[in-house]
Design a protein around this ligand. Structure first.
Ligand code: ZN
Length: 305
């Protein structure tokens, strides 16, 4: 089995620390101002879950703490080598690895899958509205329904955030991580071993949520994968017993990186914006899901790529 590894991670982390000291570090993924930073996670979304990739000053400290403490007991955590012995009980993505250009690939055993809750999909992975990206899939539920763990593994995070509400992240022995958000009640604690099918919590609508549902994510090395690449949500089973993960699974990030905005100024019309950006009005309308007669207001952000 060929695994994606993060062998250069220590060097990268040290460089990032140095850059932070110089106040000149750059985020590997763009954070548009449509995505607000949060203290819990990278790559989590929008309407219910707005979080962006960020590397806070204390994050670097935490990473080093975690590497030091975890390396002393490296057999304790699932897929520990793949994750460069990083095990973090608060950050959804403490790894900060760019996978969209990786030449590596991985074959992951997904045969032991258990669907967290069988119900209809209310929101899919992908762009929402004109520019916001949803990094998970939403499954309808009733408050109090048990939400079950997808594979055997160990609970890495069980806590509350502004956006996810009560949520759980599990690292699995197959190398994937899964996220269960907007729970009403947590039934697990960090570092607890868990089997596929065991309840991680009760469904709910906590955090940034407009109604009871499960926000469900698959991640590899911290980066979301489209759940539809793995699971057939009609049969609630994996497409295959093995999942092949490579750069193609992360191509969507390039689409996110392409997005640019024009901020409407007083007196602007779509025609003015088309001239200034070089993008036809028809394309502006399509990208922003507006019409030629829609009213645009100063301060409004118009996507033009
Ligand atoms: Zn969601």
């Amino acid at each position: 089995m060929q695994k994606l590894t993060c062998k250069n991670y220590r060097i990268t982390a040290i460089l990032l620390l140095l850059c932070l000291a110089l106040e000149c570090y750059a985020q590997p993924f763009p954070v548009t101002d449509s995505v607000a930073a949060d203290d819990t996670a990278a790559y989590a979304v929008i309407e219910e879950d707005v979080e962006a990739l960020s590397l806070d000053e204390d994050t670097v400290e935490e990473i080093f703490d975690v590497v030091d403490s975890a390396s002393a007991d490296s057999s304790e955590f699932p897929a520990h080598a793949i994750y460069n012995q990083i095990w973090h009980n608060a950050k959804v993505n403490p790894y900060e690895i760019r996978l969209v250009d990786t030449p590596d690939s991985a074959i992951i055993d997904v045969s032991g899958y258990h669907h967290p809750i069988v119900n209809r999909i209310t929101s899919d992975f992908g762009f929402r509205r004109q520019f916001r990206h949803h990094y998970g899939i939403d499954i309808k539920l009733r408050v109090g329904d048990p939400v079950r763990c997808a594979f055997d593994g160990k609970v890495r995070i069980a806590q509350r955030s502004r956006t996810y509400g009560y949520y759980v992240v599990v690292r699995h022995y197959n190398g994937l991580e899964t996220v269960y958000a907007h729970l009403n009640k947590l039934l697990v604690t960090p570092n607890q071993a868990i089997k596929a099918g065991e309840a991680v919590g009760w469904g709910g609508s906590t955090g940034r949520s407009t109604g009871p549902h499960l926000h469900y994510e698959f991640r590899y090395l911290g980066v979301p994968i489209n759940p539809n690449d793995i699971i057939n949500f009609t049969t609630c089973t994996p497409h295959s017993d093995t999942l092949y993960v490579c750069a193609a699974n992360f191509e969507y990030i390039k689409e996110i990186e392409k997005i640019r905005f024009y901020t409407v100024k007083r007196g602007d019309t779509l025609g003015h914006i088309a001239m200034r950006t070089g993008v036809p009005v028809s394309k502006l309308c399509r990208l922003n899901k507006i019409t030629r007669t829609s009213i645009i207001r100063p301060g409004q952000r118009i996507r033009y790529t």
